[in-house]
Design a protein around this ligand. Structure first.
Ligand code: ZN
Length: 338
């Protein structure tokens, strides 16, 4: 190994994990992730899996462009190899999800795994931004659910979480499952439906919204003529996919990193207005679950609607100042096609 371990990024660390013994790596991994994931090393996180499953998961995590989820065919193979129920598998993946957690304020690590109706399993983890309002933070459940949303899954049937979902997350989940059908799984507790965790919920139907978050739809936003920048076009793609039935203020963010990878985030609104998930936060979820770090961010673009009642610009700039202060946010206004 010629690269200093502290300089290795997560992907390189995973490559090392795949080719060496786990015992040796427990030490290496802890030094690689000392700043961000502390004791939640990948080797420890996968310890409960058998060798075949562990190798399968490491291969998926190492794939270039890993999208932050375990595809349904791989989920089926894991279920066969582990001889477990889907609920048990989701619980078993939580320590892995937790390794993506970035909680520099609370130091409270949360992992979540959401099951799409496609059968894919989406990872999620909590994110906090030092120096700013706690209202900017993303909870683990929001992270896993936004991951499923950004992949345009047909819906979410269940979610496993390392601790009972807080009230904020119950409200966020209710937007994506207004009938309360999502099964909530917490280790050591019986599976429960969201409707029993959030009875008499206030949701989209109370505000007359019938076009729900799932299935994901696209709105017909357009940019000013002559806009051909690829990052801005990616942000437009995210904005088109955003869910903003209350304010109609569609918005999206695209991030490009030094590795050349691009991450998109759509705004996901809530009937209670807060918690709504800003588009930069959604894009940052994609970035961290792909195994990249904030220091790799090179450019960020926000597309939002001209003359809308709300704007994501100030929040996005504030969050960026906390994690990538040298990066200047580019903002382009879009309009709805007449
Ligand atoms: Zn929460």
């Amino acid at each position: 190994m010629t690269v200093p371990l502290t300089m290795m990024n997560r992907r390189e660390a995973l490559a090392t994990l795949g080719s060496a013994g786990l015992g040796l790596l427990a030490m290496r991994v802890s030094s690689v992730y000392a700043d961000e994931v502390k004791q939640n090393a990948v080797s420890t996180a996968l310890a409960k899996f058998n060798d075949k499953s562990r190798q399968r998961l490491l291969r998926i995590l190492k794939e270039p462009g890993f999208g932050g989820y375990v595809p349904s065919a791989e989920v089926k193979a894991l279920l066969d190899d582990e001889e477990k129920s889907i609920d048990a598998l989701m619980i078993e993946l939580l320590p892995l999800a937790k390794t993506y957690s970035h909680p520099p304020i609370s130091n409270y690590y949360v992992g979540a795994v959401a099951r799409g109706t496609s059968g894919n399993l989406y990872l999620g983890a909590n994110i906090e931004f030092p120096g700013h309002s706690l209202g900017f933070s993303v909870h683990g459940e929001q992270s896993a659910l936004s991951n499923a949303y950004m992949h345009s899954d047909g819906g979410v049937s269940s979610i496993a979480v390392t601790a009972a979902p807080c009230g904020h997350c119950r409200q966020f989940m209710n937007e994506l499952s207004p009938d309360g059908d999502i099964q909530v799984l917490v280790e050591g507790k019986p599976a429960v439906k969201l409707s029993s965790l959030l009875p008499s919920a206030f949701g989209p139907k109370d505000l007359g919204v019938t076009d729900l978050a799932f299935p994901v739809r696209e709105v017909d936003l357009i940019l000013p003529k002559g806009q051909s920048d690829t990052l801005v076009l990616a942000a437009l793609g995210a904005a088109r996919k955003s869910y903003a039935p209350y304010t109609k203020a569609h918005s999206g963010v695209a991030i490009v990193t030094q590795t050349g990878h691009r991450y998109k985030g759509a705004y996901i609104e809530n009937a209670a207005y807060n918690p709504s998930l800003p588009p930069l936060q959604t894009a940052l979820v994609a970035l961290i679950i792909a195994g990249e770090s904030y220091s790799a961010i090179s450019e960020v673009a926000l597309v939002e609607m001209e003359g809308a009642p709300i704007s994501q610009k100030s929040v996005a700039e504030a969050v960026l100042s906390a994690i990538a202060s040298a990066v200047k946010l580019r903002v382009v206004n879009a309009t709805m096609k007449a």
